[in-house]
Design a protein around this ligand. Structure first.
Ligand code: AMP
Length: 541
């Protein structure tokens, strides 16, 4: 017997309709790439998104067409998200930090029809245009007077196009499993692969991430996603904010500590989200200038392991709770968030402290398991570590155009992460499987060793890689950037590990560097670091 409930489809457009009807005057504030601040409301965004559908229709865009973006977090990018998906086309966000050849590969693979771009990417677009023959037009996200002087063919002006159209458009309802957006990930080996989200997966993810033990969003929040809208849809926040009616602050390209601090204070930001590198910049700025955070209550840190020292600094020095979160492009991205359970609240501070440092518990909708190398399930005892697999309604079932072949193993998606899960469901990532250090047949967690290094007062950033060793195969090598004006020796750092990890985990050597390589999504690139140090040999080995 079927239930007698309405079968309304889960539509991305309904998130914005809801926000416009119930939070009409809640603001969306953008710091534009050219420096100005733009303000409007959910009601304005709803009107302009429908106007943008009219623009797309006039350009000949049809359902299923891929429409690319090379853009920062701004209100115009927000409008593109809703207009493109809302008319059943596919919003393809592209990471402008990739090499032009990679971007061209991605745009051609996706077969993008039009690409919207921020004017500070004009040079990049000049390089890309001849490499992307299927793109019929390049739309600059600006007013007529801000149009770049350039040699881009089929160049159009966003605000000119908008001015020519009305907003009399009604969002259609169609199958919720229809593709809505596309994001390529370079996290795996080989060419970048496309993750194709649906309306259903996006709306369910927006619900799932909003719950109190998820990101805990509400209409009383003011949220500034530092994570770019070209990195897994800014972790879904442009959707979840509309679902909750939260005020949204979009920082454009202004992601340095000083800019973030001024936006936090001026707009009354209560929550923000980004990768650890960003927060390192903010922490340094706050400490150097003796500043406070007067409205921020929660910071979501994910994308890479949040170092315990960072979690503690935000809490102890600034009264900000860090929500350590884990996920992947293939997971929309949210999988786990670290929050306490009731039974933890009465624990002594140091036991509680230990709990909040791991990657947290899965939000409803995400199932997790760990397996050994033969695929056998391992116990959730907080000790056994193995390959982490996931499944759920906002997790990919395969890559766009079947790139890379079958993506699932018995219906589960292998994350490529190595983790433990404890009896309370708390998951701890010990490594990317390719970053694990294998010493004498035993595994050493590079993340644990990095976390200890960055807790040293003279260390700004640290990476640990496995370097070749004649006897042990690999041994941990610590690579460190010192904090400005601070000094520390190799011996000090090696001694700093004593008593914190097993003796055989302690790095054999330390190298000091001025900078560490990062990927296009701001993560430490161990791959590049390993390449740079491929000639390294341990002293005396
Ligand atoms: P991406 O698809 O680019 O977002 O990368 C996903 C990968 O980032 C995951 O598979 C993890 O290896 C890593 N990652 C994300 N969040 C965390 C976290 N909180 N701690 C450790 N690694 C993380």
């Amino acid at each position: 017997m079927q239930g007698l409930m309405m079968n309304r489809q889960l539509m991305i457009s309904s998130l914005l309709t809801h926000a416009s009807q119930n939070h009409h005057d809640t603001e969306i504030v953008s710091r534009l790439p050219v420096g100005a601040t733009h303000r409007y409301t959910y009601s304005d965004a709803h009107r302009r998104s429908r106007q943008l559908v009219r623009v797309l229709l006039a350009l000949g865009v049809k359902a299923e067409d891929r429409i690319g973006t090379l853009a920062w977090n701004t209100h115009r990018h927000f409008e593109i998200y809703y207009a493109v998906s809302g008319m059943a086309a596919i919003c393809h966000t592209i990471n402008p930090r990739l090499f032009p050849e990679q971007i061209a590969y991605i745009a051609n693979h996706a077969d993008d029809r039009f690409i919207f771009f921020d004017v500070n990417f004009t040079k990049l677009v000049e390089t890309l245009a001849p490499l992307c023959p299927t793109v019929k037009g390049w739309i600059a996200l600006c007013q007529r007077e801000e149009m770049p002087e350039c040699a881009i063919p089929n160049l159009l002006c966003y605000e000119d196009l908008m001015a020519a159209q009305s907003d009399d458009y009604e969002w259609p309802e169609f199958d919720e499993n229809t593709a809505s957006s596309l994001c390529y990930t370079s996290g795996t080996t080989g060419n970048p692969k496309g993750v194709l989200y649906s309306h259903r997966s996006t709306v369910l993810h927006a619900y799932g991430s909003s719950v109190p033990d998820g990101l805990g969003l509400s209409a009383r929040d003011c949220i500034l996603p530092v994570v770019p809208m070209f990195h897994v849809n800014a972790w879904g926040l442009p959707y979840a904010c509309a679902l909750n009616g939260a005020k949204l602050v979009l920082p454009g390209p202004h992601l340095d500590g000083a800019s973030l601090h001024s936006m936090f204070e001026e707009e009354g930001v209560t929550m923000s989200a980004g990768v650890p590198t960003i927060w390192l910049g903010l922490l340094n700025h706050l400490q150097e200038n003796k500043l406070k955070l007067s409205t921020v209550k929660r910071l979501v840190i994910g994308g890479s392991a949040a170092p315990p020292a960072m979690i503690r600094s935000f809490d102890d020095l600034f009264g900000v709770t860090v929500l350590h979160a884990w996920g992947m492009t293939e997971m929309s991205p949210l999988g786990t968030v670290n929050t306490y359970k009731k039974k933890h609240l009465t624990l002594p501070a140091k036991d509680r402290d230990r709990i909040r440092l791991n990657q947290g518990r899965s939000i409803f909708g995400v199932e997790m398991k760990i397996t050994d190398s033969d695929g056998n399930a391992l116990p959730h005892d907080g000790k056994a570590f193995g390959d982490l697999l996931v499944r759920g309604p906002w997790i990919t079932s395969g890559y766009f155009r079947s790139e890379g072949g079958e993506a699932l193993v018995d219906g589960w998606f292998p994350t490529g992460d190595v983790a433990t899960i404890d009896a309370d469901g708390y998951m701890q990532i010990t490594d990317r499987s390719k970053d694990v250090i294998k010493s004498g047949g035993e595994w050493i967690s590079s993340i644990d060793l990095e976390n200890i290094a960055v807790a040293h007062p003279a260390v700004a950033e640290a990476a640990v890689i496995g370097a070749v060793h004649p006897k042990w195969d690999e041994r941990p090598l610590l690579v460190v950037i010192k904090k400005a004006g601070k000094d520390v020796t190799r011996e000090d750092l090696i001694a700093f590990y004593e008593g914190k990890v097993a003796k055989w985990w302690i790095p054999d050597d330390v190298i000091f560097v001025d900078e560490l390589p990062h990927t296009a999504t701001g993560k430490l690139s161990k791959l590049q670091l390993r390449e740079r140090l491929s000639d390294y040999r341990f002293p005396g080995a």
